[in-house]
Design a protein around this ligand. Structure first.
Ligand code: NAD
Length: 314
């Protein structure tokens, strides 16, 4: 049994708890949150396991094989460094850190420690996004002409993720929260990408995150990657990741729906290949056992952070 410790029991930390609980080879052995009541409640729900409000104490006391870090981005570096220094395998939430320097430090520490270092980028395990990547590899769009990411939110932060940090300029905003998933996908599917030009719009509150971004990036062969983000607008949330090519157009809509069409045809919904659905936790278990696994590691987290920070700085 792989003994898992969880640091950060917010909206996201709680999501993966179910996955670890439901897996035959993992067991949640300790939980930690600076909010004592939250830590205690979760520990009780998990059958009376130890609860901590200080992660260092948890790392000293509990015997753990893997720690999942799901605290807000500003604390990733401090908390993840302590986990790595203990030589414990780590799963870190995205983005890897809150600056390129912090991300570089975590990557180096993790590589030196020789542990499994994984990131939670769920698009790498879901059927829609994996089908998108497969169709691109199979040349569905032909020669790539443009990649486009549209992120439109009637309201940011979204109703289900209301917290102080996600609306803040220093560690929030949708470029960081949502954009980084697609930066990682662009790098994985299409290769290296560099930022050419960024225009950001901010509200009057100097502490608040962006309400608009227009950014032009470029793949190694010069193909443009266009980012169009807006919040506080009319209409529905819309996240569209689209590849335009010489033979067709393919989109991943709202994280999971595929649609596409060939030149001269209508754009229609496409069926994702459900056989491509995979499980991060299955792969973590394999990696911890030393088996081959699909892991998006800190090196990928670092590469995404380099682009992310350039976009956030404008
Ligand atoms: N992978 C994904 O799809 C995805 C989606 C949304 C958010 N996230 C990431 O997950 C992380 C957490 O996001 P969230 O929405 O759950 O935030 P949240 O604010 O809801 O929860 C964070 C929790 O961490 C606790 N915390 C803060 N500092 C701590 C510390 N030093 N030690 C222990 N606990 C501490 C807080 O009390 C809170 O309970 C962020 O990095 C975010 O970017 C990932």
């Amino acid at each position: 049994m792989i003994k898992v410790g969880i640091i950060g029991l917010g909206a996201i930390g709680q999501r993966l708890i179910k996955g670890f609980q439901g897996h035959a080879e993992t067991e949640i052995a300790a939980v930690c949150d600076t909010m004592e009541e939250r830590a205690n409640e979760m520990a009780a729900e998990l059958g009376g396991i130890p609860a901590f409000t200080n992660h260092k104490e948890m790392l000293e006391t509990a015997k753990l094989d893997l720690v999942y870090v799901a605290v807000p981005p500003k604390f990733h570096h401090a908390v993840a460094s302590d986990v790595i220094q203990k030589g414990i395998h780590i799963l870190c939430e995205k983005p890897l850190a809150n600056s390129v320097e912090e991300a570089e430090s975590l990557l180096k520490q993790a590589q030196d420690a020789g542990i499994v270092h994984a990131m939670n980028f769920p698009l790498n395990y879901s059927a829609g996004s994996r089908s998108f990547a497969k169709l691109i590899t199979e040349n569905y769009v032909g020669k790539l002409r443009r990649v486009q990411l549209k992120m439109h939110f009637p309201e940011w932060p979204r109703p289900w993720q209301q917290n102080a940090w996600v609306a803040s300029k220093d560690q929030g905003g949708y470029v960081l929260e949502v954009g980084v998933h697609f930066i990682q996908q662009v790098q994985k599917i299409f290769g290296r990408v560099t930022v050419k030009n960024v225009q950001l719009q901010f509200p009057e509150d100097p502490q608040a995150s962006e309400i608009g971004i227009l950014a032009m990036l470029e793949l190694a062969d010069g193909t443009p990657v266009w980012i169009d983000g807006m919040s506080q607008i009319a209409g529905k949330e819309e996240i569209a990741f689209t590849a335009y090519g010489s033979e067709g157009t393919l989109s991943l809509l709202n994280w999971g729906q595929l649609q596409g069409g060939k030149l001269g045809e209508e754009i229609l919904p496409l069926q994702a290949d459900d056989f491509l659905t995979d499980s991060l936790i299955d792969h973590l278990v394999k990696a911890v056992k030393g088996d081959e696994a699909i892991i998006i590691d800190f090196a990928a987290g670092y590469d995404a952070q380099v682009v992310l920070e350039r976009l956030r700085k404008g």
